[in-house]
Design a protein around this ligand. Structure first.
Ligand SMILES: O=C(O)CCC(=O)C(=O)O
Ligand SMILES: [Fe+2]
Length: 372
């Protein structure tokens, strides 16, 4: 059941500068409520991340990163890392058992591994990134960490607005980052993850999966579309694919499954995909930043009471059956860290078998599938 009056055919653009002005703040919160409940995706213009840092990443570092000699990329291959950080060669990641036509480097915000023997496996998941040699790409690490720090902060600020738009106290969602809702404590204790992705122009009519249809697993995703190429598409309630063309100076923000779960489905996780650039065009680049949450939390441990008029928005929007994509049903019973680990093992089973042999065996009882 879908209410056609609330279905979307474009992704709304929200102006973050409205938040700083008491006359326009309310308007922003209302626009956010519409985007969060009915679309699950939005563009954020005039955001707080320094445009010169963004420009330095997109214009200077991204091309140099992918232009590193192949043997230097291979030295930091993901298989080295129990944290699933590092380089993944072209078409070596899988969405629902089909190769994604992209090449990428995965990193986390700076983090020291805190795993102690006897603790759950998911504690191994968070740890340091792997870096290309500084002399081959001078200044990259510093600029990238500055970028991550600013997006991390935007993420915490944005969570406060999101809580507010659903009628919750503005720090309500911060409990998923720190038990005392203290964001200063969350910094350095929650390991958000981000990657730098290249979609080379290899698409054909028969084979064009840049990344297959999926839902993001975590809380919020902040996506920087780092080149003018189209490709990102989101599925509306009717099932049509809607283009999310790059708009310079914006982030695309979307809701992950965990945030959908804890808001009782009010904040909508929306299925999306990337269509690979066609042959003879140019590469598409992007940087998705995935907001994580406390690993030990079972999401059902924190229950909100939403006002009836807020819950009514969900009825008005209607429900769509999950068409494609992983369910993350484990969020009802398992700690968030376990759900995240399962997701990583399914996407990178060849990496997982080195570091999480038992879990890999459990998830792939007949051995690694042929596609891996
Ligand atoms: O690269 C993009 O534009 C989107 C990537 C994405 O959806 C993902 O990695 O989860
Ligand atoms: Fe995604």
């Amino acid at each position: 059941m879908v209410s056609p009056s609330v279905d979307f055919s474009t992704v709304p653009v929200l102006d973050y500068s409205k938040v700083y002005n008491s006359e326009t703040r309310d308007e922003f919160v209302q626009e956010l409520r519409n985007a969060v409940v009915n679309v699950g995706f939005l563009y954020l213009a005039n955001h707080s991340v320094d445009p010169s840092v963004v420009a330095r990443m997109t214009e200077h570092y991204i091309p140099r990163l992918f232009a590193l000699p192949q043997e230097e990329k291979d030295k930091i291959k993901m298989a080295n890392s129990p944290h699933f950080f590092g380089y993944t060669a072209f078409a070596r990641e899988f969405t629902k058992e089909k190769a994604d036509l992209r090449e990428q480097f995965d990193f986390g915000v700076p983090f020291e591994n805190k795993y102690q023997p006897g603790e759950p496996d998911y504690k191994k998941l968070w740890g340091p990134s792997q870096w290309p040699k500084e002399e081959l790409i001078p200044g990259f690490k510093e600029t990238w960490n500055t970028y991550l720090e600013q997006v991390e902060q935007l993420g915490y600020d944005f969570l406060a607005l999101l809580a507010e738009c659903l009628g919750l106290p503005s720090d309500a969602l911060h409990e998923f980052m720190d038990k005392d809702k203290n964001i200063q404590n969350a910094k350095g204790n929650i390991m958000h993850q981000a990657k730098i992705v290249k979609y080379p122009p290899v698409g054909t009519v028969e084979s064009n999966q840049g990344i297959g249809p999926h839902f993001d697993a975590g809380f919020l995703t902040f996506l920087l579309q780092a080149s003018p190429n189209p490709g990102l598409q989101v599925q509306n309630l009717t099932g049509d694919w809607i283009d999310v063309l790059p708009i310079p100076g914006t982030f695309v923000i979307n809701i992950g499954r965990a945030l959908e779960h804890v808001t009782q489905g009010l904040a909508r996780a929306t299925c999306h995909r990337v269509v690979a650039p066609l042959r003879d065009t140019s590469s598409r680049y992007s940087i998705p930043f995935f907001q994580a949450m406390r690993q030990e939390l079972r999401l059902n441990d924190i229950q909100f009471e939403f006002a009836p008029e807020i819950l009514a928005l969900k009825e008005k929007r209607g429900y769509v059956a999950d068409r494609e994509g992983v369910n993350y049903a484990e969020y009802s019973t398992e700690p968030a860290g376990t759900v995240a680990l399962i997701g990583r093992v399914k996407s990178h089973p060849d990496v997982a078998q080195h570091h999480y042999p038992e879990l890999t065996k459990q998830l792939f009882p007949n051995g690694l599938p042929a596609w891996a």
